[in-house]
Design a protein around this ligand. Structure first.
Ligand SMILES: *Cc1c(COP(=O)(O)O)cnc(C)c1O
Length: 385
């Protein structure tokens, strides 16, 4: 069998033509494509504001900054995520802590969150912001999280890097801004749509979105309503804060807007492949992710049952040797050497560590064929005996 990646972007001739058109146009950055892409995403999600940035990590950085999170503040996130979900708190000088996950979905466990909030209230260490991660594209229980945020008074940023095109349990699109202060997306090639590198902050809070937009471009403005004092002339601009260059290029935004035309199809295909995996893997000694017609199915993470006679490492190496590009999502963030130096240690979040010890992500992306899927199932059957 040829090499099967665990994920792969889906680029067609429309995408290529759109990018070629922008390359022949007047603007390859700071042109009209950014606003078009932002409009397309916010309309799809049903939110009122969207700001495109260089990548998902930058999106997390600027939204925390825009919320005024900084030194002395505490941010909580999920240990089963990419490191950016936690690193962003440290970028703004805040401290980070984690809430253990649900053993089955690997999403933040709301009961564990509530228990930790009660304890922190007593100690006077409540978080300023919470970053729940919609792991593998499956929504966290946002209604419960939003109720806790209201009660304890913290901001919520949904890390929806896996979840563009997915739905909450109630059927509303992920990113509609109804349950949080802001939602971030990533457009890395393995995510729902690809722009090469890219990210976005989506929010129903116009003032917050305006702050993110300023932070994206150095906090420099020419807006006569925002500048202080008199203008020196038509060339005049002012820097009003310490911002960054987190602009997406028009080349990327054009690719993103073109990809958005096919997002629904991508997600439908991912959902149908996930349902098919469930059928063809059901006889194996594996824990499969719970069925869902709401998840964006960014990842299909199988777990080896304790009854399994082979180790995770043996299964992983066997699949790789069979040209199956499996992966592991994720090494719990708190066990990384950098985070151990901050005082975290193995044992701190046992559900996350147990999930990690069994997990293997098998190939899932819109272009995966049923023949390739059958091959993955056959090889898993072979190694699991
Ligand atoms: C991909 C990812 C990010 C970061 O996005 P980039 O665009 O790669 O910077 C953040 N959080 C999660 C959960 C991710 O998977």
């Amino acid at each position: 069998m040829h090499n099967i990646p665990y994920s792969r972007q889906n680029i067609n001739e429309d995408d290529i033509e759109a990018v070629a058109r922008v390359l022949r146009s007047d603007f390859i950055t700071q042109g009209p494509s950014i606003a078009l892409f932002e409009e397309t995403v916010k309309r799809f999600c049903g939110a009122t504001n969207a700001v495109a940035v260089t990548n998902g990590t930058a999106a997390l950085h600027v939204i925390l900054q825009a919320l005024g999170i900084g030194k002395g503040d505490m941010v909580w996130t999920s240990p089963i995520s990419f490191v950016s979900s936690a690193n962003c708190a440290l970028y703004v000088g805040a401290d980070v802590d984690f809430v253990d996950c649900d053993p089955v979905t690997a999403n933040m466990d709301v009961a564990a969150l509530e228990a930790k909030l009660q304890q922190s209230e007593k100690n006077g260490t409540l978080p300023k912001a919470l970053i729940p991660v919609h792991f593998s594209g499956r929504a966290c229980d946002m209604q419960a999280i939003a109720a806790l945020a209201k009660h304890y008074g913290f901001a919520v940023i949904e890390d929806a890097a896996h979840a563009l095109g997915g739905h909450y349990d109630n059927g509303e699109p992920i990113g509609n801004g109804a349950y949080s202060d802001a939602v971030i997306f990533s457009f890395h090639p393995v995510k729902s749509i690809a722009t090469g590198e890219g990210g976005m902050v989506v929010s129903n809070n116009a003032e917050l979105a305006q702050k993110v937009s300023m932070l994206r471009t150095f906090c420099i403005t020419r807006d006569p309503n925002l500048i202080e004092g008199e203008s020196d002339g038509p060339w005049y601009y002012q820097q009003l804060g310490l911002g960054f260059n987190y602009r997406m290029t028009d080349i990327q935004a054009t690719l993103g807007a073109s990809q958005m035309q096919r997002l629904e199809g991508f997600i439908a295909r991912r959902r149908s492949l996930a349902a098919r995996y469930e059928k063809i893997l059901s006889a194996l000694p594996l824990t499969l992710p719970p069925a869902s017609d709401k998840s964006a199915w960014h990842l299909y993470v199988i777990g080896l049952k304790s009854s399994c006679k082979v180790s995770r490492r043996e299964v992983f190496e066997f699949l790789r040797a069979a040209n199956i590009g499996c992966n592991v999502h994720y090494i719990p963030i708190h066990t990384q050497p950098f985070y151990r130096k901050l005082g975290f240690k193995p044992g701190d979040f046992p559900n996350a560590e147990d999930f990690y010890s069994r997990a293997i992500s098998i190939p899932l992306f819109p272009g995966l064929t049923e023949e390739e899927q059958d091959y993955v199932a056959d090889k898993l059957g072979e190694v699991l005996g």
